[in-house]
Design a protein around this ligand. Structure first.
Ligand code: 15L
Length: 268
């Protein structure tokens, strides 16, 4: 059984993924926030020593850790630029060949909603957060070409048991489809550097996800089952830029609430 490190394991996506993949791989979970689990190692990836500690002896890394929305540059710099570099570099130094990186729909969020984009489009980030994801994509490309690492990039939409609103009908990613795509990223032989979209088989998708299909991805879910109910309760938006572009409010907001942020005064 392969040993797989999941960073950012206490976050939303990490929690879904750890549950879905339990039993399939020997999971090592890690985060800077604590988690009460036997296979958990607490680490702060902005410190190289911690990144080296958690990547030692694993077959693959699923690097979910980082700042997950638009916010202050300093936070994004620490978590998504320095932290991301440390994880790639630590994996390389520890001889880990395969790394999966959840980039984001926000790396391409300034494409319009009336466009269909594939894995070859030039990035169009919609935020500082989106720029940090493009950095991760570029870093992965470098580590693949220069060091022969096997890099699987998933431009993830929105993971959850159900889509949240009209925009998310296009980018919804169910937990079981997430687990399927991640398993392909871990197990498929011959990966050098691939970009795929991390979404379910949504009828309303803005993406041509044929690269994921080519690699064997067969999503089981489609947000259409929720569309009627979601569209009924959707309130009209006055933000024309957000409405016209795939990244939605990330295209205009300076800050989006970060669900993973430690509560003020409770930072551990
Ligand atoms: C993301 O990249 C974020 O990590 C997540 O929190 C959601 O905001 C998601 O995009 C989205 O676009 O809904």
């Amino acid at each position: 059984m392969k040993t797989v490190l999941i960073t950012g394991a206490t976050g939303d996506v990490g929690t879904h993924l750890a549950r879905e993949l339990a039993g399939k791989y020997k999971l090592r979970l890690s985060d800077r926030r604590p988690l009460d689990a036997k296979n958990f190692v607490r680490a702060d990836i902005t410190k190289m020593a911690d990144a080296l500690k958690i990547t030692r002896g694993v077959d693959a890394v699923v690097h979910l850790g980082g700042y997950s929305v638009e916010g202050a540059w300093e936070e994004i710099l620490q978590a998504n630029i320095i932290g991301c570099y440390n994880v790639f570099e630590a994996a390389r130094r520890n001889g880990v060949k395969r790394i999966l990186f959840p980039t984001s729909n926000h790396a391409v969020g300034f494409y319009r909603r009336d466009q269909t984009i594939d894995d070859k489009v030039y990035p169009k980030p919609d935020s500082r957060y989106g720029v940090s994801k493009v950095f991760g994509e570029a870093l992965g490309s470098l580590y693949s070409d220069k060091y022969g690492m096997e890099v699987f990039m998933m431009r993830i939409g929105n993971v959850g048991p159900r889509p949240l609103d009209k925009r998310r009908l296009s980018i919804w990613f169910s937990p079981r489809d997430l687990a399927q795509l991640v398993s392909i990223g871990i197990d498929r032989p011959g990966i050098k550097f691939e970009i795929v979209y991390g979404i379910s088989g949504n009828k309303r998708a803005w993406y041509d996800n044929s690269n994921a299909r080519r690699l064997g991805y067969r999503p089981q879910d489609d947000s259409e089952a929720f569309a009627e109910e979601i569209l009924q309760r959707e309130r009209p938006s006055r933000d024309a830029i957000a409405e016209a572009h795939q990244g939605g409010v990330f295209c205009t907001a300076e800050e989006v609430p970060n669900p993973a942020a430690p509560k003020k005064g409770k930072r551990k």
